[in-house]
Design a protein around this ligand. Structure first.
Ligand code: AMP
Length: 307
């Protein structure tokens, strides 16, 4: 096992122009694990749920090679709940409710079997919890990546900056990059964020793809133009899970390999948005994924004639 994720395992209620769901399974950690499972046979997760969380989902995660030793089930506790409503453009959303529940008092215990992992992905949750996991690992992983969101910038900026200082890669969306850096230009924002700690900054731009700032180098990956986006929830986590799953399975975090990892993450995210929740992610095959990766290569490939 060389990939460990920390992230919420949750219930979500989602409203998009295509429809509305009651409580369904979501959570950053859930999307990440399902996504990374396309590349790594075994992975670990540190998270917490209440007694109300469906055991069937936990079994599905196990079946995909997720070791659940680090997932705490709190007796009598309630699982984290998030609810959001998307605007018509599907790129922006309003958070309607964030009920931390068992996540509010979460002490992330690192099981002995998770020590010595090479790749750590700090999915979106409290920056204090993210940092505690780094501190509890006896040996620093080869690469630490983190995701975060405006919620933590609004309520825990100081804690967030302390955690950002410790990581190698930060994965955020354009709006969050602007908020964190206090600047509009994403090129300037990336430089400001790099100065905060992470030398690698990945900025997701929803349907407009993603930018990778790797030291001095920049790479742009498109998003696949899709006719219908049903539910963008979890697309960012799916992207991050695919990205880190690919890096962990190839054990290579060079700039060239990160480009491939970004395409892998983007391809998985393009599936995620086709159905509500984690449903689509759970059903796709390796062949479908490979076909979609080919579409990305084709989309961005051209030969220039001399002028
Ligand atoms: P994304 O659409 O990639 O930004 O991720 C959405 C997922 O993040 C949902 O499934 C939520 O359960 C989870 N989520 C939303 N807000 C938070 C939060 N404050 N802490 C942890 N997880 C969250």
């Amino acid at each position: 096992m060389n990939l460990l994720t920390v992230g919420s395992v949750a219930f979500d209620a989602i409203e998009t122009p295509y429809g509305k769901t009651d409580k369904i399974v979501g959570g950053a950690g859930t999307y990440i694990c399902f996504s990374a499972s396309f590349f790594v046979k075994e992975q670990g997760i540190i998270s917490v749920v209440g007694e109300d969380f469906p055991l069937a989902t936990l079994q599905e995660m196990k079946d995909k090679g997720v070791n659940l030793e680090g997932l705490q089930i709190i007796e009598g506790g309630k699982t984290f709940f998030w609810s959001g409503k998307y605007h018509n453009d599907m790129n922006s959303r309003d958070t309607l409710a964030t009920e931390l529940n068992v996540l509010g008092t979460f002490d992330p215990i690192v099981p002995e079997s998770y020590q010595n992992i090479d790749y750590l992905l700090l999915g979106n949750l409290s920056p204090e919890v993210q940092r505690t996991v780094i501190e509890r690992l006896a040996v620093r992983p080869k690469l630490i990546a983190m995701d975060t969101m405006n919620f933590w910038m609004d309520i825990a900026l100081e804690e967030l900056l302390k955690t950002i200082q410790l990581v190698d890669v930060i994965i955020i969306n354009d709006e969050e990059a602007r908020q964190l850096s206090g600047t509009y230009s994403l090129v300037k924002a990336a430089a400001i964020i790099q100065a905060m700690g992470p030398k690698i900054v990945i900025i997701k731009k929803g349907e407009h793809g993603a930018l990778l700032f790797h030291g001095e180098n920049i790479f742009y990956a498109p998003a696949l133009p899709l006719a219908d986006v049903f539910d963008p929830t979890g697309a960012g986590d799916t992207f991050a899970g695919g990205f880190m799953g690919y890096i962990a399975s190839t054990d290579d975090y060079s700039f060239e390999n990160m480009k491939r990892a970004i395409i892998a993450g983007s391809a998985l995210a393009s599936f995620c948005v086709e159905k509500f929740g984690t449903d689509r992610l759970k059903e796709i095959t390796k062949a479908e994924l490979n076909k979609r990766i080919d579409s990305f290569v084709e989309l961005a490939h051209f030969q220039m004639k001399e002028i």
